[in-house]
Design a protein around this ligand. Sequence first.
Ligand SMILES: O=c1ccn([C@H]2C[C@H](O)[C@@H](COP(=O)(O)OP(=O)(O)OP(=O)(O)O)O2)c(=O)[nH]1
Length: 517
Amino acid sequence: MEGSEMRNRADPGQSTPGRDTRDSSAQTDSRLQGPDPRLSEVNLFTLLSLWMELFPQEQSEEEDQREIRGTGLVVVRDSKVVGLHCSGPELHAGQAAIIQHGACLADCQLYFSRRPCASCLKMIINAGVSQLSFWPGDPEVSMLRPASADHPSSLGPPGRITEEAALDAVAAERLKSNSRPHICVLLQPLAPGLAQFVDETSRECDFVERMSNDEPGLNTEELFNRERTTHLKDFSRRLLVKMSERHREILTHMDLENFCVEPNFSNLRHNMRELVEVLAAVAAGVPQRRYGFHREQPSTPESSPPPRHEGLSQEVARHCIIQARLLAYRTEDPKVGVGAVIWAKAPSAASDGTGGLCLVGCGYNAYPAGSHYAEYPQMDNKQEDRQRRKYRYIVHAEQNALTFRTRPVKPEEPAMLFVTKCPCDECVPLIRGAGITHIYTTDQDRDKHKGDISYLRFGSLKGVSKFIWQRSPSVSSASSPHHANGYVGKHSRQAERESPSNKKLCANRSHDSPTVS
Ligand SMILES: O=c1ccn([C@H]2C[C@H](O)[C@@H](COP(=O)(O)OP(=O)(O)OP(=O)(O)O)O2)c(=O)[nH]1
């Protein structure tokens, strides 16, 4: 490994998160803070890159056979995510990043879900990135998949790596050792208790809670467990190397022999597995069946309706809200994590895997950048002293996403905000003022007034299409608030308030509803 240090953070002994210490720099340091564990920066970026790899694609069946594997990529500058990319039918994730950011990649850190191929690597190095980290599984030019007809295997018995993969590995090594950027594997162990915390908070999150509110008889515990198990199986198949011997071979070909010795190898596999488990739990918090994001019909006709854009597919919308859920695990609020992501739909659909979506910004709720955790109050509204409550200090997820924008919100492009909590009264005018045209959210808190924080203005927010997480029209009964055209009327809780008899009706209906299978 000439010229490029390989950092092995897989050894738990090397990272000692602590709850009550804080780096002076730090809104975004990688240590644990407060009463609940939080995701480290490195783990958040790694998880986002893995999740970007899993961006819904039309040709997923074929993808499984291809020698070039789909890849996810997160571009980071000054600890802020400035790009989220994935491979598509024509462009690799690295190429999509070059096209979008060009020389602006200089001094950025890149997190890849696989080691990129030499063709991407040479351009990325050339752009002057400061650091490139990759998930140490099967690389983009697969060492696990069979050779294509164009590139027959010539390296020994079937099941061994193809000539193409071997040549790519040699070229990648040469590029790595001659390059200025730091090319490495950054993989930190999860903070103690984090896996359990993610599991518990995912099974109780607003999306699941909405389902159990709608249908008190629904066994959400069972539903969550089933979703998590399905995801874990799927994500493990796609992101991990099942056989440890094959994994060792791959690491050796990538010049990562130091990972192959014990206990590094076991630690590495354990840490990789743990991160995939976290991803499965976070994804299970937004169950796939019977619910989705459905457009709310405005109660009065709007003078200036939002630009025409029919909204995203359920799969893509769900994918984006899970990005926001991942971000929420970097919260600095000791009580509730909120994540927000803003995407714009660019008019010229690029052929990357997102179908022409460009990241505008993302964030989570946290104290002002550069502050020390203990500098600000952390009390919530259930405690007495208003002086000592957090609300005047904490910056909301949407506020951070809007502040750290990577591109302007352009009037000709639909701008879609995905946020894990109903936007509060402080955020609603900002969302409207910034030109957001579509919101995807859960409205569990809608119309609540909680003293220091209220959610009264979301309902009357005009000029923005609202896609609310709720039961899909196809599984609702005829008298449900969903309209036949897929639009939905007032939120059921709002309707309940206006017509007390509805409440009973909803409760009865929920008992009649079929159980999730
Ligand atoms: O649009 C919003 C609304 C809220 N927050 C953050 C700010 C704060 O960090 C937290 C809300 O605080 P809290 O947990 O006290 O409010 P709640 O969840 O509404 O209270 P409760 O748990 O009593 O329902 O969510 C956002 O990031 N964006």
